[in-house]
Design a protein around this ligand. Sequence first.
Ligand code: EPS
Length: 391
Amino acid sequence: MIFDFTTAGESHGRALVATIEGLPAGLVIDQGFINHELWRRQQGYGRGGRMKIESDTIQILSGVRQGETLGSPVAIMVENKDFMNWLEVMAAEKVNTPPERDRKVIRPRPGHADLVGGLKYDRHDLRDILERASARETTMRVAVGAFAKLLLREFDMLIASHVINLGEISIENQNADWGQIEAVYDDTMLRCTDKEAEARMIARIDRAGVEEGDTLGGIFEVVAKGCLPGLGSHISWTAKIDGQLAQAVMSIHAVKAVEIGEGVTNASKPGSQVHDEICYNNDTRLFGRLSNRAGGLEGGMTNGEEVRVRGYLKPIATLRKRLRSVNIETKEPMDSDFERSDVTAVPAAGVIGEAMVAIVLARAMREKFGGDSLGEMKRNFESYRQQLIEY
Ligand code: EPS
């Protein structure tokens, strides 16, 4: 059974739901950990009013009994507290809402799914598009990612992230180590390892939000520690795990570029300054690398070093400073719609990035080590680890 998931739910609808398939039986599910991951996604300086309404908590509907997975599909739900303010607008049944309360959206926002979605699905109230296009959906990615993280922890694989750039401001040391990144795991501001740069970023967010009515993008980095060599494969394009990671991270709202390791700067350096030289540890009897510019990935496979993936976000498309648009009913030029917005969501995107990386790695682990129960999976894992030692 392949590890996979589906989400459903609109931003202001009753609830967000997900189903997860392919978890082994016997995995201990710590709901406190899952809720803590959801809490982490809701933090970050620069979020808007919505996060004051929601306090995301998971309800497990199936697939878990007495704290352990059964091997059957897991169904989960997070209620939208804001739904109470949208009962008429988001009702599943037909409700004749007067125009002053129907919250119809007819002035598409540049950079959002509004216009293209409306054209493609032939919807003339763009709310039908934006409700699903909203990054609210990422709540469920983080919930599913928390299940993936719980599985990976059984194999000593840990995942964290940090913010390396916001707007035009970058942290000084771009190669923060695992200890530094883990230390900011529960930070509520920007999850930067460089507090001096973080203070400047906070001031920049204040300026953008309060003075300029604008929004800001940035870059986060996800680091996965403890991956054995050999997840993914060189044998075909779909099996290459760097490609899978790129797709998974690119699918996060507003992410417009993905970098593996130091992929961007590597492109302008000679090979001798890029490729990570190989060493051998006689004590652990494992191969290693003298550097990790490849971000732990070679030939579409993990190579045993830390996996490092960066996501680059464009600024959020809902901004107070209105951009030029067109009224889809009259076709007249008009400014785009604005209700409320975050100034930036880069720290939240980092948490979502962790979830997507966890999901890809969990899927690769399930594919390689199989097993219907966690015990069977662990035995298969142990036998492969022995193979690496005896190589
Ligand atoms: C979002 C718009 C805002 C964000 C939302 C994503 O929501 P609202 O329209 O209700 O003010 O707060 O993010 C979340 C709700 C969340 O949970 O992250 C958008 O248009 O993408």
